[in-house]
Design a protein around this ligand. Structure first.
Ligand code: GTR
Length: 412
């Protein structure tokens, strides 16, 4: 019997391997190294627990087979994310004003126009402001724009271009005919558990200082900033507001996905290595977990999310449902080979699991075993994915792929 069991176990191995398809696989020595460094974290595919994802289109109840039928279900799922994960955000403030701080029609050696815009929100007696940097190509017509939520040093999105970073390769996007914009996330909510409410949240808090009026966490506040930038774009005659992509890396990628879910005006959503609380499936318990992210970054999510620490299976959502909220708009999910903390496979599986919703617009399903090989971008209808060589970062390679995808979906 024991011999039979071990034969069965042996036979199962190639089956597990086969179910991953011929695509990317984590480097075993990297898995061993990371596992040794963080023994409390799972980096081992064979230790991913069996899980069942919540259904996007419930089999019981009225069948959802058309985009119109999806609309109420979408609202329901959005509500589940608001209540359990990211919190409820306010919409537009009572007053919103845009001030041009600077306009330079000869930026980037004449290739672009630079506009620096101050976005001022007023609510009652209080006000909040943050700044948007926008470069537009000096070509005729309105430009599609990549809006970046900068979660790193302010200098990486330098409007003077004295500093040029691969993290935000603005010249490259301009050369391809795209506008590129950025704001710094810290101006919306400081990325700090003790002070995060001192940004835009203070604008909406109860003046009596009692319970906060809204349950949003910092990720939602950063996403709210993206929506206010969009409010500006619709007023700029040189911006094609119907073609704006919201882009973020890591915690910024989580915020970009939530911005795209909350604000359907974004025609494209790009998540770079957003991982836990972003594109990756929580139920895989691979790399960063719900408990860990809530402990180290308690200010990112709404309070209710903490009740799911170590209880992923009890969540009424998983992150494939967040990706599905993008439909029928364009969605790019990107991972990096060495970034096991963000769970590249979990990001791809999440994208694959969003398929039933994209299918309502005729997109072919993405099979869970179709994860592409390293550095082999994969495009399927409105969705795209790649896993890039290297570590946790946003690079010119990633931006080039996002622009390739935009060329394709926007028929440039
Ligand atoms: C990590 C965090 C991730 C990711 C990352 C980043 O420390 O655990 O969820 O957001 O930071 O933003 O670079």
């Amino acid at each position: 019997m024991r011999a039979l069991l071990s034969t069965a176990a042996f036979l199962c191995l190639p089956l597990v391997a086969l179910s991953q398809g011929a695509g990317w696989r984590a480097n075993p020595s990297l898995v061993a190294r990371e596992s040794a460094q963080r023994p409390d974290t799972n980096y081992d595919e064979s230790r991913v627990p069996a899980y069942t994802l919540p259904e996007l289109l419930p089999a019981s109840g009225p069948r959802i087979a058309t985009p119109a039928r999806w609309t109420p279900r979408r609202e329901e799922i959005l509500g589940l994310f608001r209540d359990n994960v990211y919190g409820r955000s306010p919409g537009k403030p009572e007053h919103l004003a845009f001030t041009v701080l600077e306009e330079n029609p000869r930026a980037m050696d004449g290739a672009a126009t630079l506009r620096r815009i101050r976005i001022v929100s007023r609510q009652g007696q209080r006000s909040h402001q943050f700044d948007l940097t926008l470069f537009l190509p000096n070509t005729p017509g309105r430009a599609a724009v990549f809006l970046f939520i900068n979660n790193r040093e302010v200098s990486l999105t330098d409007p003077t271009r004295a500093e040029k970073s691969g993290f935000w390769p603005a010249e490259r996007l301009i050369a391809r005919g795209y506008g590129i914009a950025a704001f710094h996330y810290g101006q919306l909510a400081p990325d700090d558990k003790d002070t995060f409410r001192q940004g835009v949240m203070a604008l909406f808090d109860d003046p009596a200082g009692k319970a906060p009026a809204y349950t949003w966490g910092a990720l939602a506040a950063w996403g709210w900033g993206a929506s206010r930038a969009m409010d500006y774009f619709v007023t700029d005659a040189r911006v094609d507001a119907a073609r704006v992509a919201v882009v973020g890396h890591s915690r910024g990628g989580k915020a970009a996905l939530w911005a795209g879910a909350e604000d359907p005006r974004f025609a494209m959503v790009v998540s770079n290595e957003s991982g836990e609380g972003g594109a990756a499936l929580s139920r895989r318990v691979f790399g960063e977990t719900v408990a860990r992210i809530n402990t180290v970054f308690p200010h990112w999510f709404t309070a209710a999310y903490k009740t799911f620490n170590g209880r992923e299976a009890a969540l009424p959502v998983d992150q494939h449902m967040l990706l599905a909220l993008t439909a029928p708009r364009a969605l790019y999910v990107a991972s990096a080979d060495q970034d096991l903390w963000a769970d590249p496979r979990g990001e791809f599986l999440s994208l694959a699991a969003s398929s039933p919703v994209f299918a309502l617009w005729g997109d072919a399903p993405i099979a869970p075993d179709a994860m592409p090989a390293l550095d082999t971008p994969f495009v399927s209808g409105r969705r795209a994915y790649h896993v890039r060589t290297g570590g946790h970062d946003l690079t010119p390679y990633d931006w080039d792929r996002f622009a390739d995808f935009a060329d394709r979906v926007w028929k440039k």
